[in-house]
Design a protein around this ligand. Structure first.
Ligand code: UDP
Length: 145
């Protein structure tokens, strides 16, 4: 087990539903420590760049439109196996297929408006974190709990 970082986003549907606190609280309970947090309204160019890997997919245009429809919460989470742990806590992309008590099962509306993003590999996490946060915006601290 090694300490790792991952990028998390509370998507516009999560912000609009008022579950920012619930989502961050769950991450803390699960051992995922927020080390950088910022709220932002993504520009079209930022959303297109972030999801560039999905550019050829049929859902790309709608996804960019959704991700720019309202503010998001951008976060860096740190913890043991943070990438896999975050994916486990988020649940499957489609909330209908997500395991009980996962964030997407609890809060997501559908396969697009699915409340949270989480990096899917350690390499992608590094790229995604750098996309939104300079290293100087990430805080080092230890939990005492
Ligand atoms: N998405 C969508 N329709 C689909 C598949 C994905 O709108 O059929 C959206 C959804 O918001 C998802 C994002 O595109 O979270 C990225 O898709 P990916 O397959 O990478 O899923 P994730 O890693 O977010 O679970």
């Amino acid at each position: 087990m090694s300490k790792e970082r991952t990028l998390s986003i509370i998507k516009p549907d999560g912000v609009e539903k008022g579950v920012i606190g619930k989502v961050i609280g769950r991450f803390e309970e699960e051992g995922l420590k927020p080390v950088a947090i910022r709220m932002a309204r993504l520009s079209q160019a930022e959303a297109e760049g972030f999801y560039a890997v999905h550019k050829a997919r049929p859902f790309f245009k709608d996804l960019v439109s959704f991700m720019t429809s309202g503010p998001v919460v951008l976060m860096v989470l740190e913890g043991e196996n943070a990438v896999a742990k975050n994916r486990e806590v988020m649940g499957a992309t489609d909330p209908a297929k997500a395991a009980p008590n996962t964030l997407r099962k609890l809060h997501a509306s559908n396969i697009e408006k699915n409340t949270v993003h989480g990096s899917d590999s350690a390499d992608n996490a590094k790229v995604e974190i750098a996309y939104f946060f300079p290293e100087t915006a990430i805080s080092a601290y230890e939990w005492k709990r």
